[in-house]
Structure formats: C-alpha cells, structure tokens
Write a protein that binds this ligand. Structure first.
Ligand code: PXP
Length: 246
C-alpha cells in the first residue's frame, strides 16, 4: 500500500465531554483524552463546540488550543457567537457543520446552496483569522461546487449514508458516491476530508478512496476506549477497595 499517500486521523473527543457532562463534574477530562489520543498516534484532535454546549465547553477549546501542538479542528455552526470565539482562539482548522437542537449528532451535510450568505460570511471571518476552513457536505457535486465558490480549503464529505447502509448493494452505491465526490473535489482543487459513522470495519474501504487526506472519527474510537479500558479500571477500583480493608 506504499503507493497510497498517508491519511491524517483526527480523533473526535466530544463523547469524552459527554460523559463528563453527565455529572457536570471534572472527569473524564477531554484534555487528558486528547493527549492520550496523540500518544496513540492521532494526527489531530477534533471537537464540536455546539451552540447548546451539550458536551465540549469553551474551557475545553481554550485549553486544547494551548496544549495540543497537533492539528486542532473545531467543528462549528455558522452562528455569530461561535464563529467569533473560533476567530479568537484560532484552531488550525474550522469545519462548518449544520446544527439542530433536537438532533443526536450532526445529521447530514451543510446545505451550502440554501444558506450561501450565512456560510459565506462565516467562511470569510474564519479565513481572515488565518484558519483553514472546511465545509461538511453530502457527497453531492452541487454542494461541492458551492463550497468551491466560497473559496474554502477543504470539504469534509459526510460518510453517514455509507456507514448506515445495511445491504451490501446499498453500501456499494454509497461508497461509489463517496469516490465520485472525492474525485470531483480533487479536480476542483479542494482537499478531501471524510467522516461520520466510520468504524473499525467500514473505514477500510474509505481509506482506499484516492484523494482522501483526513478522516475524522469519534464514536467508534471512544466506544472502543471505554471497552478496552474497562478491565483495567475495575482492577484499579478493586485495589483501591482493598487498601481500605488493610
Ligand atoms: N465529522 C463531523 C463533521 C462530525 O460532526 C462528526 C460527529 O461529531 C464526526 C466527523 C465524527 O463522527 P463519529 O463520531 O460518528 O465518528
């Protein structure tokens, strides 16, 4: 596979903050998770600062910016308050995503065409702050074309439909759409990122798509971290309890 160019892995640590917010406490700290992810080989850290502050907090963004020397990718909606914060804190990369309060996670790509003025305003502000801008879009040539018109560096092509496909025929169709969208973006000089719903099995085919430079993966990595860490965490608690019995 040496003929293939390397792909950056951005580890999305939002779920670590979700666990912390379950108690509104201090653990687990996404900052610690970010540093461990980097020890594990992550090429960057991705966080989504939502308007509703459901998981990642402003404090996390600021501390991560000061601590993580690897690429910091901030996902955000094109709303004034968060865009202004991004321009102040200056992550390496800003990925504009759609946001609806009732959603469980980001659902579908940004409609760049329908929201052109809002998105263009956010893109201009972020670019002026020296931040690389990426737009999270469906594998749809019209959206990619619209992204190109706004002068962004990259598109993050959303892989949810591929990840959620249940039959092999459907999966093959969605994979083909991803390949076409990647080729279309590369032809237009856009860097190609992908993400959403990627796991340890379905990532293999996506990693083979020519032109993909960056994958952003969260749920499957944090899910595995919880499981591979469980045995050790229980052992440590047994030791702590045993200390109390001496
Ligand atoms: N990329 C974008 C733009 C996202 O919004 C998300 C989820 O926050 C991801 C990638 C990561 O998706 P997942 O958690 O399903 O790996």
């Amino acid at each position: 596979m040496s003929h293939l160019h390397p792909i950056r892995l951005g580890v999305n640590i939002d779920h670590v903050a979700t666990i912390r917010q379950a108690r509104r406490g201090v653990e687990p700290d996404p900052l610690a998770a970010a540093l461990l992810a980097i020890l594990g080989g992550a090429d960057g850290i991705t966080i989504h600062l939502r308007e509703d502050r459901r998981h990642i907090q402003e404090r996390d963004l600021r501390l991560l910016r000061q601590t993580v020397s690897h690429r910091l990718n901030l996902e955000l909606a094109a709303v004034a308050e968060v865009v202004a914060l991004a321009c102040e804190v200056k992550p390496d990369e800003a990925t504009l995503v759609p946001e609806r309060r009732e959603e469980l996670t980001t659902e579908g790509g940004l409609d760049v065409i329908a929201n052109e003025r809002t998105v263009a305003g956010a893109v201009d502000q972020l670019k002026a702050a020296g931040i690389e801008v990426s737009l999270f879009v469906d594998p749809d040539p019209r959206q990619i074309e619209a992204a190109k018109t706004l002068g962004v560096k990259a598109v993050e092509i959303q892989t949810a439909r591929y990840s959620e496909a249940r039959s092999s025929a459907h999966r093959a169709k969605e994979l083909a759409a991803l390949k076409d969208a990647a080729a279309y973006s590369v032809e237009r000089g856009l860097a190609v990122h992908m993400g959403h719903g990627l796991d340890y099995v379905n990532v293999v085919h996506v990693a083979r798509i020519p032109g993909v430079e960056e994958l952003n993966i969260g749920h499957s990595i944090v899910s595995r971290a919880v499981l591979v860490g469980m045995e050790r965490a229980v052992r440590d608690m047994k030791v702590a309890i045993a200390h109390g019995r001496i």
